[in-house]
Unconditional design. Structure first.
Length: 150
């Protein structure tokens, strides 16, 4: 999703017209339109004001605009040795706090046993190695998650 598209949806979610946004920011409606059609970009000052107006943090306002290709390149540049040193639970826990506390709440051994059984099944039935089995199971979980979001 482009920045403009995100600004459009954020404005609509707040129930504001382009005219109302323009009036609140002291700019023209055409400027808002140009932002929403990716003709131009708001400067940092206007971005901060938009974030406040739309009830978003500045990060939330612009985070979607990261190019997927850039993310893929960053992943490709990260060596396995570096990746192994990263505490992914802690890193993702900043965005999703449940990752830092679920172990105190959930009977993880029961779920781990079921998942281990599924991994073993993938290894036996399809001849996958451990990592491939894990990646397949992760992908299946992602597919289930995406189907629930619809």
């Amino acid at each position: 999703m482009s920045l403009g598209n995100h600004l459009f949806h954020a404005r609509k979610k707040k129930g504001l017209s382009q005219e109302e946004v323009a009036e609140k920011l002291g700019i023209s409606r055409q400027t808002v339109s140009k932002w929403e059609t990716d003709e131009t970009l708001p400067d940092i000052y206007q971005s901060k004001r938009l974030a406040v107006l739309y009830g978003l943090s500045l990060d939330e306002l612009v985070e979607f605009d990261v190019d997927i290709k850039e993310i893929q390149e960053a992943i490709d540049r990260t060596s396995e040795a570096v990746s192994d040193k990263i505490d992914w639970t802690k890193a993702w826990g900043k965005k999703y706090p449940i990752l830092t506390r679920y172990r105190e709440e959930v009977d993880t051994a029961a779920y781990a046993a079921k998942l281990d059984e599924l991994l073993g099944d993938l290894e036996k039935k399809y001849g996958y190695g451990e990592l491939d089995s894990f990646l397949v199971l992760k992908d299946i979980l992602a597919s289930v998650w995406n189907s629930r979001k619809k």
